[in-house]
Design a protein. Sequence first.
Length: 306
Amino acid sequence: MFDDIPPWMVVFWWTTFGLFVGSFLNVAIYRLPLEDKTVSRPARSRCPECKTELAWSDNIPILSWLFLRGRCRTCRCRISIRYPLVEGLTALLWGLAAASLPPSDLALTGVRVLVLSGLVVATFVDFDYFEIPDEVSIGGIWLAVILTLLIPELHEATWLARVASGTADGGIDRFGALVGCLGGMVVGGGVLWLIGWLGGKVFGGEAMGFGDVKLLAAGGGFVGPGGVLVALMVAAFVASIVGVGNMARFFCLTWGRAGRRGRRPELGRSIRVARIAGRYLPFGPYLALGIGIVLLYWNHVSVLAF
Ligand SMILES: [Zn+2]
């Protein structure tokens, strides 16, 4: 069926579909942390300021935002650029997922776009609220088990799944895939929990957020034990670069402000502000980045997994 369609066309359709899913993810990001709203109720989106229901023509991904120049049609209040950004990002990720697999691999492409969509929601909710919704993390854990049983090929590249399968041709059976899935969850959740627990013991203060632990456990269910360790390495690497940059920015801000007010800049105060700024960095978005990279490009990054 896919022999007659050029591969770029398949990628194009997944990308377009992702654009519309991105609109739905915006709704999920907005509503999941609020307790009195569910994703399906109320059915129509409203302007957060004037509560006017949006017409379908104001809901076209990216285009409506551009056409209305980022303002509500009724009350002219500003609508965050994040809405079209989430839509564009989702479309891009769906396109990358489609391009990462042969066009005929519908089931695996479907799993990848589903996981990436969950990671987008986790990322932006974590940026706003410093927490990851259980719908994504615990939902992801259940989904990983169910999809692994339905589509064992999901763990074709998982070393543990291949060992546990015990098939003569090195293929993956249902039992082996499940072992790879559960192993990934235990390693992902366990390692992060252990790091948080040790960090709490050594440095005091609050331990690693449990939302991060659940998110990495869910990720491990999809990419296996080796994959989830690489995802954590990528996350820690990128987060430390961003964290140091963030601390440097706050250091310079505090230092410069003191200078402009004619006071002598205080080194101690600037360092204190920078340290506090460094502590309040959500880790979920970086875990999501790591899981996403491993999910799409395991054949390229697997060299990192000894
Ligand atoms: Zn409005």
